[in-house]
Design a protein around this ligand. Sequence first.
Ligand code: ZN
Length: 279
Amino acid sequence: MNKKSNNLFQKILTKRTVFISFIIAATLASCNKNNEEMMTEAHTTTLHAESIKKGQLEGQTITYERKDGMNFFQGDIVLSDKQLVGDNSKGGASFSRWPGGKIYYTVASNMGSINANKITSAVNEYNTKTNTQWIPRTNQTNYVEFIFGSSSGSDGWAHIGFQGGRQNISLDQYISVGSVIHEMGHTVGLYHEHARKDRDQYVSIQWNNIQDGQAYNFNMYNSGTDIGPFNINSVMMYWPNSYSKNGQPTIKRANNTNFTYNRTGFTTGDINTINTMYP
Ligand SMILES: [Zn+2]
């Protein structure tokens, strides 16, 4: 996007969420796919300082946002209350993997055919390229429901890993197939690439460009297991302008050059990571 639209976008973002539909209108009118992605994975949510909390996730103190009765980590990952109190009843794991790599799913009846088609495309990607199998639910107890978050954007999120019972992936009407794949990645158990322990060898976080109060989204997640090499093209990578307050990048390569985000689909590295988790 150009500088002009950045400035406009930024001004609008400082307003309350009641203007969210205006944001979308401005976004769609003036911007490219990048902005669309920014909205759909909920990485530009308006900050409510009173809802920023600290909790324990696998022994690490993390910062998250409490919103709508849910715990949002790194913007679009939803942690259960049980995960946050460090419950050890599941062997100390903050999430479990899906038994046998089988993930049963349903699609909310109000999803709409456009998003339903995107889900089908994303499911096909998982089923043909990874060892996870996404299977329409019949009567299984443990499953994912794709829900329609809103028609106004900023509602792409997912529960992380296998939760037990019903869990959700929320999509809004502007989400891309690549972002559906991203949210399904959280369901499979993936966190974000930029939060890896080794990320500072590959990327440089531009702290001065991050919106006030959002820096915690760029903290490393040390308790996770880094699988395979760092992959800046990962479908699980934040995009370069995530949470930018001034239109300037918040993440660059370690050599201070810009990178281009990928939301077209899996990279080989993403597939290898998932297949290491689900051999
Ligand atoms: Zn995400």
